[in-house]
Design a protein around this ligand. Sequence first.
Ligand code: HPA
Ligand SMILES: [Zn+2]
Length: 333
Amino acid sequence: MRLPVAELHLHLEGTLEPEFIMDAAARNGVVLPWRSLEELRSKYRFTDLQSFLDLLYVNLEVLHTRDDFEQMTRSYLRRAAAAGVRHAEASTDIQAHTRRGIPIEVVVDGVRAALDTSEDDYGITTKLIISFLRDRSPDEAVDVLTRLLASGARFDGIGLDSAEVGFPPSLFVGLYDLARANGLHVVAHAGEEGPPQYVADSLDLLQVERIDHGNRSLEDAHLVARLVAEQIPLTVCPLSNVRLRVVDDLEQHPIRRMLAHGLNVSVHSDDPAYFGGYIDDNIDAIVDRCGVTNDELARLARNSIDASFLDAEGKARLHSEVDVWSEAHSPAR
Ligand code: HPA
Ligand SMILES: [Zn+2]
């Protein structure tokens, strides 16, 4: 039995595997800069966040039809089910599609078609987060959110991602005010490459409920004390952190230190097709390379459940699954 978890930090566009990209390009008549699967595979070496984003944004241009978005989402859910994911709060970078002329409805209807049957098809309950690109204008973000709200599209929350440094949370106060006024949940990437102040500002100015990544919080003892006291969830992505050089190597990853501080951390896959694995691969990696124990794994799973936007009943159901896993993995056995 795989550790039952909630996946809360997952970019659907980051689940496009190279084969999917080449097939969709052929199907949709998109000319990519790479001639072959092998050439594409050779591009997955990154020096920082931007070098990854450059590849991500080229590859996602193969997505054109409602069916493309549905198939992308189904492929992820199928793989996530095998990885132990029991609840997923997946995000889409909608502006990466609208800016190249893909209608909002094509994206949302396609993703929703897969999410709406996910519990029956894959045993995974879901929520949808619309992420905004912080390196595009705040006015565009407000316009897209306004159009989404008017369209009747069903989604549960908003996020903020893409290039972080130089694009502080303060730029997006209006966007987050609009989202909260409409009853949406709010999360934001912060402290991946950006300074600890971006984490504090995400809490104070945007009033986010979770921080995606948050690694650099560890540089500020006052911030750590606050995150512990308020039990602000940090959705941490170990394999992503290594590939994007947020940490030097997996052995140095701070996940156990974060747990020891009492931070509400959980483990997620971010962009699994780009960073060397899905949530199970992340879990196996921190067990093998960081020495994470079964007790710590159960803590990480419980944190992911508590940090989710599930209702009390949904959380209780998943906690009982972790109870079963813990029983089967207790030292007495
Ligand atoms: O990890 C990330 N950080 C910022 N933007 C992103 N867009 C996809 N993944 C990421
Ligand atoms: Zn991310």
